[in-house]
Design a protein around this ligand. Structure first.
Ligand code: ADP
Length: 192
């Protein structure tokens, strides 16, 4: 199985690159952000709770997102592999993911991090907010809070995979196709 973690701050381009990876490698895309927005759209209790935190730029509790990922892994037993997008976002989530995969006799193949500077991120997110209607993309204050949450809680996840020799960082500024070509190169090395 090919299990890839796509990593990077909000606005780094994880969603865009995930779409291209799914097509090329026939993988299942697991985005906790998309799953949470699905819960909000359906008006579930989980969605209502998550919305308050998301609109405020904060992370949703680990147990909530770990539960959602566990369900999706169970629902896709025959998958060739998964792209994890926006998950794990804390070291506790990364540990839980290792355990979930181990119980299925699988493991993470590797992490690919997209590096983009804070000013460029803020610009991209505000631009995305104009079209996406995502409330968390419309407000510069919320965007800065999300970037801070990323630096405080999520950036350490890179070290978790570095220790396992499963970490590669690439430049996330450039054309979508150039960046994709680099991701594919790294991915091929993870497949070996
Ligand atoms: P982006 O990568 O652009 O920030 P996402 O769609 O991945 O957007 O996430 C949007 C919001 O959903 C986050 O700001 C956070 O509140 C919540 N969220 C998504 N994934 C997680 C996660 N793994 N752990 C905690 N909160 C999450």
């Amino acid at each position: 199985m090919l299990n890839l973690v796509l990593f990077g701050p909000p606005g780094a381009g994880k969603g865009t690159q995930s779409k291209k990876l799914i097509e090329k490698y026939d993988l299942i895309h697991l985005s906790t952000g998309d799953l949470l927005r699905g819960e909000i759209a359906q008006g579930t209790e989980l969605g209502l709770e998550a919305k308050k935190l998301m609109d405020d730029g904060k992370l949703v509790p680990d147990a909530v997102v770990i539960g959602m990922i566990s369900n999706k892994l169970d629902a896709n037993k025959d998958a060739k592999g998964f792209i994890f997008d926006g998950f794990p976002r804390t070291v506790a989530q990364a540990e839980a993911l290792d355990q979930l995969l181990e119980s299925k006799e699988s493991a993470i193949s590797g992490m690919i991090a997209l590096e983009v500077g804070d000013d460029e991120l803020e610009r991209r997110l505000l631009e995305r907010g104009k079209e996406s209607g995502r409330p968390d993309d419309a407000n510069p204050e919320v965007i800065r809070k999300r970037i801070k949450e990323y630096n405080d809680k999520t950036a350490p996840v890179a070290g978790f995979y570095q220790q396992q020799h499963k970490f590669t960082s690439i430049n996330g500024v450039g054309s979508v196709n150039e960046i994709f070509a680099e991701i594919v190169d790294v991915n091929e090395s993870y497949k070996k």
